[in-house]
Design a protein around this ligand. Sequence first.
Ligand SMILES: *Cc1c(COP(=O)(O)O)cnc(C)c1O
Length: 416
Amino acid sequence: MAEPTAPEPTAPDPTAPDPTPDARAAALDAADPLRDRRAAFVLDDDTVYLDGNSLGALPRAVPGRLAEVVTHEWGRLRIRSWTESGWWTAPERVGDRIAPLVGSGPGQVVVGDSTSVNLFKALVAAVRTVPDDRDEILVDAASFPTDGYLARSAARLTGRALRPVPAGGIAAAAGPRTAVALVNHVDYRTGELHDLPGITAAVHAAGAPVVWDLCHSAGAVPVGLDAHRVDYAVGCTYKYLNGGPGAPAFLAVRPDRLAAFDSPLPGWNSHADPFAMAADHTPADGAARGRVGTPDILSLLALDAALDVWDGVDIAAVRAKSLALTDFFLDRVAAELPPGTAPSVTPADHARRGSQIALRHPDAAAVTQRLIAAGVVGDFRPPDLLRFGFTPLYTSFADVLRAVRVLRRVTLGAEG
Ligand SMILES: *Cc1c(COP(=O)(O)O)cnc(C)c1O
């Protein structure tokens, strides 16, 4: 006796015509669980902004909050605001707001200074925890230039040699001579996402700590700092975290590394009792050890307000949308541009892709200028890369479609 069967889920009908790209973009936008976040940002209807990996768009909450900080907290309360408005503890408080976005816990993240300065603190502090015979600092050879410059200086100061290695080779290069390894989570040029769990485990197996630079992953990719036992991490807040131009960076330290965190820049803000004005430095407990001098309060509080856009946002949903946006972009580039016009240098493999796509084009600088003139803002990285960053909180699938169509027009014009 045949039992009644539940209807099969409807498989896509292979004879049905493909939806038009516009219908696909509209369907993807309609199904996007983050679509209402876009309204939290100041954006223009006539511009597609794909440069949030360089400078995130302005969250609407920031101007009002900054005006209040300036007119009330600074203007009226003046010096009282260091305590009454919570200015003094803002570096740790804002750090605690960033922590969940990078998989870190409370009390482990401090905000202040630039990424460059925090890289220096983390590198030197890391080397100070290892014996002298660990005489090599491994650095991701394709890293953002500032990382390489600072790693070289940290090596000179600590009497180590600098050994640049491609990120994919760091795991194999780590050994008994490794003092620390510095790796970029996402390559700023190619958009390649490096294997944070695997590289971290390999460097640890070699007995060394690791510093991750999260500039191009914080706010776009789940990081899992604590899950993967990352020793130290730094990152920008003006890219996918939308904190504003020059917003202060963050430094994250694993809890069991905090007590030994010996900063090369021990200013009075990292003192256990700063207002005792003691002649000798006694480091503060916790993340405040990463502080140096008086924090840049206006930028820090602009960032604080900007972080409101993350309330209730699941970073897994951000990642899912980021991959869907970049998939759609690559798919439309393949469909709309003549083959070979602008090949992608970003890995097709999701496990190795950050939240940007880089396309190679011989006239990349000129193409970027034409794109911007036509309302599609990406950027150029020498010698021949067009870079497009996708910010899941505000980039729509309709934006992606429009960007590719303009790219088609601009590149065909450039060549013909
Ligand atoms: C953007 C970026 C920086 C910038 O450092 P600043 O000190 O803020 O100028 C550093 N490292 C990487 C990997 C970056 O992408």
